[in-house]
Design a binder for this molecule. Sequence first.
Ligand code: ADP
Ligand code: ASP
Ligand code: MG
Length: 461
Amino acid sequence: MRIVMKFGGTSVKDGESILHCANLVKKFSENEVVVVVSAMAGVTDSLIHAAQKCYSDPSPGFVKLFSAEMTKKHYEAIEEAVKNRDLKSKVMEVVDRLIDELEKVLLGISYLGELTRRSEDYIVSFGERLVAPIFSASLLSLGVDSVALTGGDAGIITDRNFGRAKPLPKVYQVIKTRLDPLIRIKKTIPVVTGFIGITDDGSITTLGRGGSDLTATLLAAALDADEVWLWKEVDGVMTTDPKIVPKARLIPEISYQEAMELSHFGAKILHPRALEHVVKKKIPVRIKNTFNPDAPGTVIKDIATSTKDIVKALSLIEKAAIVNISGAGFDFAEIMAEVFNRLSEAKVNVIMVSQSSSELNLSIVVDYNDVNKALKALKHLNNGIVNVSEKKDIAVISAVGAGMAGTPGVAGRIFSALGRNKINVIMISQSCSEFNVSFAVARKDCRKAVEVIHEEFNLGG
Ligand code: ADP
Ligand code: ASP
Ligand code: MG
């Protein structure tokens, strides 16, 4: 069997957990395995913070301190994860070289006072680039042949949309050429950095937060893998985020489409574009818990959808914003075309749309982080006669389930339950696939709203 296994940040949070994960890989190493790794928990966030600090409040002292902390964290991981002396000192040298490089970029930003999305991607990439060699050395020290690769080495070539780059159509071929001989002929286990790619001319890109899921599914599709295993610190896909509703229950099987709806609407368990590649090839994706490796977890696959679970799961985007476009006496289709063209050019992530056309009123939910970009893109729309406003303290909840299609009364139950609990709904959307009902509420009400609907549909264990 050919399996692509991804270990997320919480699975590789320290040396002990890296060793634990390497042992899991060893256990399955009679298969053809490709490993994808994330940065250690918290490292991506601290790299972003460091880049922004160097830009807005430069201090060489901070760069020294930050580099020392990063070195310490990764040295400690090596100490625990790599048991062989020679391998240990080799991988320490790799870490030293990477941290040197990181330090230079951070100092460069401090001196130049310039931070582009390109340099931010470059800085953020160090998180994964530091873990791959450690994980690979850990495997080697357990007697499993392995080689560390960056996303670029593995053939993940992307466009230049830094921060949210998309793999180019040719990647399947490139990945296959680079990785297939390693796993099939050399019988080695490539450990590939998740989350990062490279442009045709050699700049490092990132695939969006949580993008190592996408790296894994992309490699699986290119390599015609039999399965993808995403190892996490939860048992699988639950009826909602267990951090919000502790009673959330495990969902043993879920269709690609339902899982895609959940991830599009914010369920952090999966990157929103992660399933695009495996759907076409019908490659099943398992979510498994590193702390409970023998449990089957959740399988995301091509299943005939059951009508039993009307609402199967709930997702929440806690930080969103609404951009509202209003006016009267215009050609509605013309304004819509102009609005979406501009948003697309500005690479704004559109989450949800709702319109009423008696007079023009178009409400668009965007990522909270994109709202200023959206407003800028929509400036002087129709010579400024159209009115553009925003609401920033919004959250979006989505109820997902294939059984909702053709079942009357689901939306009624959702909104009555919210009404009974005095939660005001600001905007509603349901596409005609009827796989989800999504709505926006004030951010202060969102967690309560999730609990109320979870209860209404008896989703808890
Ligand atoms: P990774 O280790 O791969 O980066 P993430 O931290 O990105 O894993 O995803 C796991 C987290 O997703 C869990 O800690 C959980 O809080 C959150 N989550 C959100 N929605 C769900 C859901 N429906 N089922 C399970 N976990 C969820
Ligand atoms: N390390 C990256 C992030 O924190 C990618 C990932 O974890 O998938 O977003
Ligand atoms: Mg993730």
